[in-house]
Design a protein around this ligand. Structure first.
Ligand code: AGP
Length: 609
């Protein structure tokens, strides 16, 4: 997620904003920029690709007086991380400067309208359309112009806007993504989180959905999109800076688990046209070539491999194409049969995993067509693939991947639906229906997150265990593998995941009195078989912990602990069942006093084979 700072007051605006951006660097970014309103009425915009130091070096050579400024650190989603795509973005006249976090889903239609009305774009970003729209609608009341523009935006956004003619006003708006106001004495602040301004004030006010902030030296007014003033409570921030970076959580991983609804929403955003047609422009593969695909091979490592396993079920179900999912480290050494009619999907959060990189290079040498699914724009995997689908979960700090993995799952469903749409194995109504089911997921994940207290209590009970088994059927099987991996990498517990039907072919010998067995059992056609498996392990003394759908009592009579999740289509259940598995592993690690963010022996990106 991008970092945003706004300031108006009596201090040096540039210094305040740069200080805030430095404290937001932990969020990860690939470019940075500022806009300063000078006492002479000039609105100066400076922005640079790369680290904040590049921008500071650019700024060091000149003076930028002014007590109103906005700033941004960008994690690129639309448009490469270059100077021209860095924020602030401006309108044709340079009078309006905008910084933005999120995705304007209807920016294509907005751009076409602006260009028809004579506006000229100077970047590849979706953000720029906001500057031009404000330019069009500004008649002296900046807040009114911003409210009008927000009503025409689809998608998620935090916008912070300055205007050359407004020396005492910064206007901001938010939808779905976080924005917070810092309340000072004769000065006021805006930030993506409180880290941006707690060096100056610890009095803050949250900004709610579709609200617009008018920030002045003398005070702050918040309205809804119709201009009605909304009263709100301020609160005192007692976090230290480190806690503020983690959103008040003890670890980044816990914060990133909470960011999963936004990660799914951002990854899905903008994929359906106004006519309800799914588009995947980044695939840049002709419909004819897509119809010519004879097999799909998914290559990945670790949790990304587990996302690929779920993708297999979806693509085979919807596209009737054979799908193989391969550990990237094994793929090229088995002399795989791939060729021009093979679609290879390389899944990698970091986009720098050496095993995955070498595997995709091998696939391309065999003339296969490679689609990268990655969270990192400009990464080696994306640059060496034929096309890239970007998960928009924002940068992940914790080594154990959570929000990037759930975003990968969402991406696999979207890719599967798109292939089915082009190949005609699912008609437009079916594709739309599945996309609408997916669009329900962010709120369902929020519901799951609100139910995690029993999981935290369970984690404290399991903290002393040395062996835990995970079982699942169908798409529950990859989740059994993911749950086991999380517990291994975070709590250093010997955890193993199995297809539930496999347990009796050997692994059940591991079960003894009290062995914890986690069963991923959302509502499914195979439930009766899963019940048998649960009974088999319970009969041998297992402590059964069942993840079950609200209202489904088929497995619960054999469960010592039941973790409830809301209902969704069974094929999409991994998007919900993955959450308690993440929370369980993180909380067991915490209970064991371990470093949840930096587990021993592990790196966030394994750049060696
Ligand atoms: C995830 O929790 C692990 N840290 C690890 O398995 C990771 O998924 C794997 O190394 C692949 O990384 P990538 O997605 O960046 O390629």
């Amino acid at each position: 997620m991008c970092g945003i700072v706004g300031y108006v007051g009596e201090q040096d605006g540039l210094e305040v904003v740069l200080g805030g951006l430095r404290r937001l660097e932990y969020r990860g970014y690939d470019s940075a920029g500022v806009a300063i309103l000078g006492p002479d009425g000039s609105l100066t915009v400076e922005r640079k690709a790369g680290k904040l130091a590049n921008l500071e070096k650019e700024l060091a050579e000149r003076a930028f007086p002014g007590t109103l400024a906005i700033g941004h650190t960008r994690w690129a989603t639309h448009g490469a991380p270059t100077d021209r795509n860095a924020h602030p973005q401006v309108d044709c006249s340079g009078a309006v400067a905008v910084v933005h976090n999120g995705t304007i889903e209807n920016f294509g239609a907005l751009v076409r309208g602006l260009e028809e009305r004579g506006h000229e774009r100077s970047s590849d970003t979706d953000t720029e359309v906001v500057a031009h729209l404000v330019e069009e609608r500004y008649t002296g009341d900046l807040a009114a112009a911003v409210r009008s523009v927000c009503k025409d935006l689809d998608g998620s956004f935090v916008l912070v806007i300055a205007h050359r003619d407004q020396p005492d006003l910064v206007v901001a708006a938010r939808r779905n993504l976080p924005l917070v106001v810092g309340l000072g004495d004769g000065e006021n602040f805006l930030g993506s989180d409180v880290t941006a301004f707690i060096a100056h004030t610890r009095e803050a006010r949250a900004v709610d959905q579709d609200q617009v902030v008018e920030l002045r030296r003398t005070g702050v007014v918040v309205t809804d999109l119709d201009g009605n003033v909304v009263e709100g409570e301020s609160y005192h921030v007692d976090w230290d800076t480190s806690a503020a970076e983690k959103g008040g959580h003890e670890f980044f991983m816990l914060k990133e688990i909470e960011e999963q609804p936004a990660a799914v929403r951002e990854t899905l955003g903008g994929r359906l046209t106004e006519q309800g047609v799914l588009h995947l422009d980044e695939l840049s593969m002709s419909d004819e070539d897509i119809r010519d695909i004879e097999q799909v091979v998914i290559i990945a490592c670790g949790s990304s491999y587990h996302s690929g396993l779920v993708g297999k079920y979806a693509i085979e179900r919807w596209c009737r194409l054979p799908v193989q999912v391969e550990m990237a480290s094994e793929f090229r050494y088995r002399d795989p049969v791939v060729g021009r009619r093979t679609l290879v999907i390389a899944i990698s959060q970091s986009g720098e995993t050496a095993d995955t990189l070498e595997a995709l290079r091998h696939a391309r040498a065999q003339k296969a067509w490679v689609l990268a699914v990655t969270n990192t724009l400009g990464s080696t995997v994306s640059r060496e693939s034929d096309a890239a689908f970007y998960t928009r979960s924002g940068p992940e700090v914790a080594v154990a991947s959570t929000k990037a993995v759930i975003a990968q799952l969402a991406a696999m469903y979207v890719v599967g639906l798109y292939l089915a749409q082009v190949r005609g194995t699912r008609d437009a109504d079916e594709v739309r229906a599945h996309m609408h089911d997916l669009e329900e997921i962010p709120s369902l994940v929020e519901d799951v997150l609100s139910r995690m207290e029993p999981v935290r209590a369970l984690a404290r009970e399991l903290a002393s265990e040395e062996r835990v088994l995970f079982l699942g059927r169908h798409v529950g099987y990859p989740m059994a593998l993911e749950g086991a991996l999380k517990l291994k990498e975070l709590a250093y517990i010997s955890a193993e995941g199995f297809p539930a039907g496999e347990i009796k072919h050997g692994p059940i010998a591991l079960v003894e009195e009290g062995t914890p067995v986690v069963v991923i059992a959302p509502r499914h056609a195979l439930q009766a078989k899963l019940v048998n498996n649960v009974q088999e392990v319970r009969a041998r003394g297992a402590r059964t912990i069942v993840i079950a759908t609200d209202g489904d009592e088929s497995v619960t009579p054999y469960a010592d602990t039941v973790i409830r999740i809301p209902d969704t289509k069974s094929l999409l259940a991994p998007l919900l069942t993955i959450v308690p598995l993440q929370v369980l592993a993180a909380e067991v690690a915490r209970a064991r006093g371990l470093d949840v963010d930096q587990p021993r022996n592990l790196a966030k990106s394994v750049t060696v084979e």
